[in-house]
Ligand binder design. Structure first.
Ligand code: PEP
Length: 251
């Protein structure tokens, strides 16, 4: 059975006191979070340990990125093994901002997925088309290529450990959300290519999150789509009240 998941990506936001204030508010609100929704908080790497220590055990933390390398002379990088050793259960991989600003290719993303799985960290793999690809009808090809190149070398057992996040780039941070129909259509498509390459069972069991301007007002309808298993939330995860409403909408 696939999990419902709501993950908050704080990106490069908040001072340490602000991060602690948000963490404490989420801890206070956590008694109202539905028991069947896995809540994940993804603060900047520097705050991971501090945020972890303030959150109840039922909430998980995610890094926003990791290196594809195991260890060594990679100044400024953090390995998946380091994340695991600090109690970080998840890592966002292949976010469109990493692809766009740091040149991450599908090949590098594939290596990062492998590094996570090798070290027992669950990757939250992001895919999604840019606006011109959507407008020219290329969006299924783009997403299919991203998914296949990053994931389809994995064994069934490995793929079962991955969380997929469909994040149309034109919807990220823009206030323009994919319609429920657009989200459902792409999630069903991703599930269908997983089913073709692996099996219906694997496809049915994998969690596919939607990301792109999810907010307290639109979350319930998006999460009600049959193939949408929750969300990866950026801006709206920076406010405890809004993020709490979004988590509750995933029930
Ligand atoms: C994101 O960055 O993953 C994201 C979905 O951002 P936002 O919710 O702000 O669009």
């Amino acid at each position: 059975m696939r999990k419902k998941i709501v993950a908050g990506n704080w990106k490069m936001n908040k001072s340490w006191p602000e991060a602690m204030e948000l963490t404490k508010s989420l801890s206070l609100n956590s008694s109202s979070f539905p028991a069947d929704v896995q809540v994940i908080v993804s603060p900047p790497a520097l705050y991971l340990q501090g945020v972890r220590s303030e959150l109840p055990e039922t909430l998980a933390i995610a890094a926003q990125n990791c290196s594809q390398h195991e260890s060594g002379a990679y100044t400024g990088e953090i390995s998946a093994g380091m994340l695991k050793s600090m109690g970080v259960a998840y890592c966002i991989i292949g976010h469109s901002e990493r692809r766009q600003y740091y040149g991450e290719t599908n090949e590098v993303i594939r290596e990062k997925i492998d590094a996570c799985l090798k070290n027992g960290v669950t990757p939250i793999f992001c895919c999604g088309e840019i606006l011109s690809e959507r407008n020219s009808g290329e969006h299924f090809n783009t997403v299919s290529t991203q998914v296949k190149q990053a994931l389809f070398h994995l064994s069934e057992e490995q793929l079962a450990l991955v969380v997929i996040a469909y994040e149309p780039v034109w919807a990220i941070g823009t206030g323009v959300t994919a319609s429920n129909e657009q989200a459902e259509e792409m999630h069903a498509f991703i599930r269908s290519i997983v089913a073709q390459h692996y099996s219906e069972t694997i496809a049915n069991d994998i969690s596919i999150l939607y990301g792109g301007s999810v907010n307290a007002a639109n979350a319930k309808e998006l999460f009600a789509c049959p193939n949408v298993d929750g969300g990866l939330v950026g801006g709206a995860s920076l406010k405890a009240a809004d993020f709490t409403t979004i988590i509750q909408a995933a029930q």
